[in-house]
Design a protein around this ligand. Structure first.
Ligand code: NDP
Ligand code: HSE
Length: 452
């Protein structure tokens, strides 16, 4: 019998049903707070879980390193595999792909359930890990992997499991929300706002994964998989970061009553020939200032869900940080422990159908386009004619003059158009043709608009 043909087997037999041995893999920002809560709140956790959650040990690289929380030296080990082998429950907070992946597989193959916050690993290898967990009657929980402390995985997976989610819009990266918010409130340039985010400890020394949108894309893949019950991989997510957003874009948005946010967007879409699929993307997006997501300031996160029967729901809170993220880990740990005590570890059950994941060309949305043009007679009508040729309808236009006698041909003008909903293809063709007009100096920005 091959590995994929193995039959489900009962969950691991507990040595002592009144005690669940917890192996903690990693003791950094989040792991140290999980260890603290396990030790400080042992009594209440036991009452809620129905069994004592005993911290069996903590796997790290350097057992003698200084930690955020003072913990008994005897708990630390460099032998993560031995720790996993001795545990009933495993909390993976090492991050990265290996050895986290092998240790999770090792745990679930012996029937031990796992709680993780590792979005990078789940976005890359989630389906294989969930399948292996299901096959072995183990549970793999990951509330902390998307939007830190905010309960969003469980509401989508459980509370909304009887509804049909049609769209999820999320601010799921605190670093980029902080940067965009700084640019919006102080007029700072991108580089200065990023430096401030690094000084305050929001952004990593290497902020690439945040700024380029890769962290948000991993979370978008997880949200879409759960919301639409279909596998969505990281490479299915179209991703554009915020490095190209300028102070001028922010100021122009502000003038128009809009704000720029990095959104993770997952939606059910239908192609013109009637094929239903999922579209998943991350990009800077213009939102009306009255949209609920526009009010999400600083490093906070929020997820806006639209479901056929529930309507619009919004989940808001701290998307990162040791204590907030540890809260989500502990919620998963207690829930899993309860199910183990009841003798019924839940199935992960993430993907029950296989929708095509459609490319960005299947999407229709509104756009804001910024142009620098010569301030000459007839320029506006030539630009407007290109929109019309491609069937892209203009909703609004603003012009800012920059030098020269108005209309003399000596000065320049900045034009900002907002379109009605148009297809990505029509918009791309429009922008390409506008760039070729001799009166157009440059296309300064193309941003998608939601919520209008
Ligand atoms: P840290 O980098 O602060 O901590 C990682 C820990 O894992 C350290 O204790 C480190 O040991 C240990 N570790 C790493 N590699 C190994 C290895 N090969 N063998 C043994 N131990 C190892 O990470 P965070 O706590 O910030 O993040 C943990 C996870 O939680 C990540 O997946 C992250 O994406 C996720 N997450 C984090 C959030 C946050 O706000 N920080 C928010 C949401 C999710 P040592 O200390 O000895 O080096
Ligand atoms: N780097 C992430 C953020 C941490 O800025 O939101 C939480 O996943």
């Amino acid at each position: 019998m091959t590995e994929t043909q193995t039959q489900p087997r009962p969950a691991a037999q507990l040595v002592d049903p009144a005690v669940l041995r917890v192996a903690l893999l990693g003791c950094g920002t989040v792991g140290s707070q999980v260890a603290r809560i396990l030790l400080e709140d042992a009594g209440v956790l036991a009452a809620r879980a129905g069994a004592r959650l005993e911290l069996a040990g903590i796997a790290v690289r350097d057992p003698d390193a200084q930690r955020d929380v003072e913990l008994p030296r005897g708990l630390f080990s460099v032998d993560a595999e031995a720790l996993v082998d001795s545990a009933d429950l495993v909390v993976e907070l090492m991050g990265g792909i290996e050895p986290a992946r092998s240790l999770i597989l090792r745990a679930v193959r012996k029937g031990a359930s796992v709680v993780t916050g590792n979005k990078a690993l789940l976005a890359q290898d989630g389906p294989a890990l969930f399948e292996e967990a299901d096959r072995n009657n183990a549970e793999l929980s990951f509330e902390a992997a998307v939007a830190g402390a905010i309960p969003i995985i469980r509401p989508i997976r459980e509370s909304l499991s009887g509804d049909r989610i049609t769209r999820v819009l999320g601010i799921v990266n605190g670093t980029t929300n902080y940067i965009l918010d700084q640019m919006d409130t102080t007029g700072a340039a991108f580089a200065d706002a990023l430096a401030e985010a690094q000084r305050l400890g929001y952004a990593e020394a290497d902020p690439t994964a945040d700024v380029e949108g890769h962290d948000a894309a991993a979370k978008a893949a997880l949200l879409a998989t759960l919301a639409f019950h279909t596998p969505v991989a990281l490479e299915d997510v179209r991703c554009q970061g915020i490095a190209g957003v300028t102070a001028e874009d922010i100021a122009a948005a502000k003038d128009s009553g809009l704000v720029i946010k990095l959104l993770a967007i997952a939606e059910l879409v239908e192609t013109p020939d009637g094929v239903e699929g999922a579209s998943v993307r991350v990009h800077p997006t213009l939102l009306p200032r009255e949209h609920p997501l526009a009010a999400v300031r600083g490093a906070f996160n929020a997820v806006f869900v639209e479901a056929e029967n529930a309507g619009e729901l919004m989940f808001y809170g701290a998307g990162a940080g040791g204590r907030p993220t540890a809260s989500a880990i502990m919620g998963d740990l207690v829930s899993t422990a309860r199910r183990i005590v009841a003798g019924a570890p839940g199935r992960t059950d993430t993907a029950t159908r296989k929708l095509p994941v459609l490319g960005i060309e299947a999407v229709t949305t509104s756009y804001s386009i910024g142009l620098e043009v010569a301030d000459q007679l007839g320029v506006l009508s030539r630009v407007a004619a290109v929109f019309a040729e491609h069937g892209v309808s203009i909703e609004a236009m603003r012009q800012t003059l920059d030098g020269g006698e108005p209309g003399s041909g000596e000065g320049r003008a900045e034009l900002r158009f907002v379109t009605h909903r148009a297809s990505e293809k029509a918009l791309a063709e429009t922008v390409a043709d506008i760039k070729n007009l001799d009166v157009v100096e440059s296309v300064t920005s193309v941003l998608r608009v939601e919520g209008v």
